[in-house]
Write a protein that binds this ligand. Structure first.
Ligand code: PEP
Ligand code: MN
Length: 397
């Protein structure tokens, strides 16, 4: 029996359905949902299994301590995105950042965008109230619409078909943007399982791959070891990211890693810390130690965005100094723990948005309104992202 068959014993693309699933929309029309799922199961893949396998091999080298993962893009894509422009923008931003990072690296740079499927959002609050009216929260364009209207906030399964179509176009444009040179791979949070399941396909060797994107990640709100999302992700061969937030204990992380990658295979798991600048010093070292002492072949990266978010009035606020402080702490901790600091995971835009405070961005809360375009969380603008890459290069060099 091959190693693959042993690693996902008892698994099949729908096996998550027997498990508790958090953050899933309630679809009122089950027949319509079933019809959409059937349509998706006959639809073309967003990415080819072979290309997801290429990323997996590249990540195996990173798991050996060579190279760097630059992952970034929108918090949420939108159906209103001008795809050609968006792809050209993000490819140009990856070019500019990689130009700064590459000279500082020992090993290859792996570039992975949050794109071509990053449409579903987990929410802390399931409802939103405005002027005494309460409606379901916006869960991303693949689920419902952002406008505060009852009909629009209703979860509509047909949105999955539109998300799939846009993702196919986006992924094709992205691969054309690097017709020569190293590819930019695609990634998104594996949150909406009725979308993921029908796009899960077998390769010629009988292995299962998610074809919705090259890399999928497990969100911090859906990482319950016995939950549906972990069940789905344990069966696919793609590179799987795991968001590691402040409430994750070393014990839980060991269970999670054993469940997702029982064979301890190089390049399967990327652990993405997102603790916040003030907490990382206390929380990250025990997690790194636990995995290292068990000889686990994981890649560690840092998401310095999600743990450094506060609310001011109606806006989420992120400050560049906090973002840089968490990055500095991450690489310092990795070094002192004898772990390879494997990369960064960012929310960033190629546009001159005013969503994060500091550096070559807005200097005050009032200035956030100038060009606030995100459908969800605040992103670094182009200049802030490039400066961050320069900063990381200095840290590594
Ligand atoms: C995200 O990456 O947009 C996100 C929701 O992250 P987390 O699961 O880490 O909160
Ligand atoms: Mn986000």
């Amino acid at each position: 029996m091959s190693a693959t068959l042993v690693s996902n014993l008892g698994w099949f693309p729908a096996s998550w359905r027997g498990r508790p699933a958090r953050q899933m929309p309630a679809y009122a029309d089950e027949m319509l949902l079933n019809a959409v799922e059937a349509r998706l199961s006959g639809a073309g893949p967003v990415v080819a299994c072979e290309d997801a396998a290429l990323l997996r091999s590249a990540m195996a080298e990173l798991a050996q301590g060579r190279g760097f993962l630059l992952q970034g893009g929108d918090c949420a894509e939108s159906f209103d995105d001008p795809v050609a422009e968006q792809v050209a923008g993000i490819a140009g931003l990856f070019d500019a950042m990689s130009e700064r990072l590459k000279p500082a690296l020992n090993g290859p740079l792996i570039e992975v965008a949050r794109i071509a499927g990053q449409f579903a959002k987990p929410r802390s609050a399931h409802e939103e109230t405005r002027d005494g009216v309460t409606l379901p929260a916006y869960r991303g364009d693949i689920v419902n619409g952002i406008e505060f209207e009852a009909a629009v906030r209703k979860a509509d399964p047909q949105r999955m078909l539109r998300a799939h179509m846009q993702s196919v176009g986006t992924a094709a444009s992205l691969s054309a943007a690097r017709a020569t040179g190293a590819p930019i791979f695609t990634s998104h949070e594996a949150l909406l399982l009725p979308y993921e399941e029908p796009l899960t396909r077998r390769d010629s060797a009988g292995r299962w791959w998610a074809t919705s994107g090259h890399m999928l990640w497990l969100g911090d709100r859906t990482r319950q070891v016995d939950g549906a999302h972990v069940e789905y992700l344990r069966g696919i061969e793609n590179v799987v990211g795991v968001k590691c937030g402040p409430s994750l204990t070393a014990d839980e992380l060991m269970h999670l890693v054993n469940r997702l990658d029982p064979l301890n295979s190089d390049g399967k798991l990327v652990l993405i810390g997102r603790f916040g600048a003030r907490k990382i010093g206390e929380l990250l070292p025990p997690l790194m130690r636990a995995l290292k002492s068990e000889g686990r072949a994981v890649v560690w990266t840092i998401d310095p965005m999600h743990g450094n978010t506060s609310m001011t009035g109606k806006r989420k606020v992120r400050r560049l100094p906090d973002i840089l402080a968490e990055i500095d702490a991450f690489f310092a901790i990795a070094r002192s723990e004898g772990v390879h600091g494997g990369g960064v995971h960012l929310e960033m835009s190629a546009l001159d948005v005013t969503e994060c405070l500091g550096g070559r961005g807005p200097a005050s809360i009032d200035e956030l309104e100038k060009n606030w375009l995100t459908a969800c969380d605040p992103r670094l603008n182009r200049a802030q992202a490039i400066d961050l890459a320069t900063h990381v290069a200095e840290l590594l060099g």
